[in-house]
Design a protein. Structure first.
Length: 170
């Protein structure tokens, strides 16, 4: 029995030793884990920071490119507007110059026409030679009717029914 008790006692000791070894190993693993966790945390934080920095840098670079492109487009647009307004101003100046030339030519032609009119007018002698003579006023005279003569004329008109235009035909 003693041998059995020794064996049992040896087994129990062995189990206790193994138990202690497991506890020690678990404690060491806990300590190692406790050491690794902050390092892993630092590494994961560092990784997130690096990724965030890359993302922020990429966004900033895109924003910078967009601003540069916008500035370039604004400059091109301004250049195009200046070119177009310059063309329009030159065209307007050309049209104004043409208008002034036309006004000058018109005034010159007007003065030439007036001069030709003055030079082509006939003198008074030429007008009287080529004009027909003035006819005398021998035509039908209208009688002045007043008082008694108006009364006679009215009576004659009423009785004979002679219209004024028929009288000249008789």
């Amino acid at each position: 029995m003693e041998a059995k008790a020794k064996e049992r006692h040896a087994k129990e000791d062995k189990l206790k030793e193994e138990e202690e070894k497991r506890k020690i190993q678990a404690a060491e693993e806990e300590r190692a884990k406790a050491k690794r966790e902050p390092e892993e945390f630092k590494q994961s934080i560092g990784k997130m920071v690096r990724e965030s920095m890359k993302e922020v840098c990429a966004r900033e670079q895109l924003e910078k490119q967009r601003r540069d492109e916008l500035e370039k487009l604004r400059q091109e647009n301004g250049d195009l507007v200046r070119i177009a307004s310059g063309r329009a101003n030159r065209e307007l100046d050309s049209i104004k110059a043409d208008n002034q030339a036309l006004i000058h030519d018109f005034l010159a032609l007007k003065s030439e026409v007036e001069l030709l009119k003055r030079n082509n007018k006939r003198t008074s002698e030429a007008v009287t030679k080529k004009s027909p003579p003035v006819e005398s006023a021998k035509g039908v005279r209208r009688p002045r009717l007043s008082g008694r003569s108006l009364q006679k004329h009215t009576e004659r008109f009423m009785t004979k029914r002679i219209w004024p235009n028929e009288r000249s035909q008789r």
